[in-house]
Design a protein around this ligand. Structure first.
Ligand code: ZN
Length: 241
C-alpha cells in the first residue's frame, strides 16, 4: 500500500459539477426529510472519466495491495467510507445509512481490485472512537479517526512495513494492524505473489550489492510508485533504493 496523490488532478466534472453534485444535494435533502435508505448510481461514481483518472494516478494498481489490475476486466471504484452502510467489526451488524453524502465525493473514491474490495474491505469501517463517528452530512467528519489507513490522507509507510513478503504493523500501530487485517494484506494468494517476486529480487540484490550498475538501477526503478509491490521493495532493500 502506498500513498495516492490526488493533489495534481482536477476532480471529474461529473462528480463536482454534474450529476454527482445534484445527486449529493438530493441525498442530503432526503436525509433531512427523514429518508434513511438510499440508492446510488454506479454510472456516476463509476463513470469512465472517474475510473480512468483513478487508474492513471494510481499507476494502474490497486490502492491497497499494489497489484496491477487491468481496467477492462477488473476495476472497482471503491468508497473508502462505505456509502450504503458500515460495519465496525465482523461481530457487529451492518449499520445504515452509511456515508451517503460521500458516494460521489472524489476524495472518498479509489481504484481497488475486486479481492481487496469485495472479499476483504466490504463495508468495514472501524474508528478509534465510535462516539466521534459522523452519522450524517450535518456531523463533523474531521473528528473521526479511521482505523483503516486512508490511501490519500495517511501515509501507509508510517504504519506498515514489510519483513520479507509479510506486511507488519510498525511499532504496534493500531492503524497498521487493522488495515492489514481488514484489507487482507497478508492474504495467502497475495503472500505467494510477493514471495515469488521477492525470490527473484533477492538473487538480483546479490549482483546489485557487488556494484553491478544495471542491477543497481533496476532496484531504484522497481521502488518507484508506478511499479508493483513498490513498498515491499523499499522495505526489503533500503540500501539499494
Ligand atoms: Zn487489491
Amino acid at each position: 500500500m502506498i500513498r495516492v496523490d490526488k493533489s495534481t488532478v482536477k476532480v471529474p466534472k461529473i462528480l463536482n459539477k454534474g450529476k454527482g453534485f445534484a445527486m449529493t444535494n438530493q441525498l442530503k435533502t432526503d436525509f433531512d426529510n427523514g429518508i434513511r435508505s438510499f440508492d446510488f448510481d454506479s454510472k456516476i461514481y463509476g463513470n469512465k472519466s472517474v475510473k480512468s483518472l483513478l487508474i492513471k494516478i494510481q499507476h494502474k494498481k490497486c490502492c491497497f495491495c499494489e497489484r496491477y489490475r487491468p481496467y477492462a476486466r477488473e476495476c472497482d471504484v471503491e468508497h473508502f467510507r462505505p456509502k450504503g452502510g458500515y460495519q465496525v467489526d465482523e461481530s457487529l451488524p451492518l449499520i445504515q445509512p452509511g456515508y451517503y453524502w460521500l458516494a460521489y465525493d472524489f476524495s472518498n473514491l479509489f481504484y481497488s481490485c475486486k479481492t481487496c474490495n469485495q472479499a476483504y474491505k466490504k463495508n468495514f469501517f472501524p474508528l478509534s472512537d465510535e462516539t466521534k463517528r459522523a452519522k450524517n452530512h450535518n456531523d463533523d467528519l474531521s473528528l473521526e479517526e479511521s482505523l483503516l489507513i486512508h490511501p490519500e490522507f495517511d501515509d501507509p509507510q508510517n504504519h506498515i512495513t514489510f519483513v520479507e513478503e509479510i506486511a507488519k504493523p510498525i511499532n504496534d500501530s493500531i492503524k497498521g494492524k487493522t488495515t492489514i487485517k481488514y484489507l487482507g494484506l497478508n492474504d495467502s494468494e497475495l503472500l505467494k505473489e510477493r514471495f515469488d517476486y521477492l525470490r527473484i529480487l533477492k538473487i538480483a540484490a546479490v549482483e546489485a550489492r557487488k556494484g553491478e550498475p544495471t542491477t543497481k538501477n533496476l532496484f531504484k526503478e522497481l521502488s518507484k510508485p508506478q511499479n508493483m509491490f513498490s513498498m515491499m521493495v523499499r522495505c526489503n532493500f533500503p540500501d539499494l533504493v
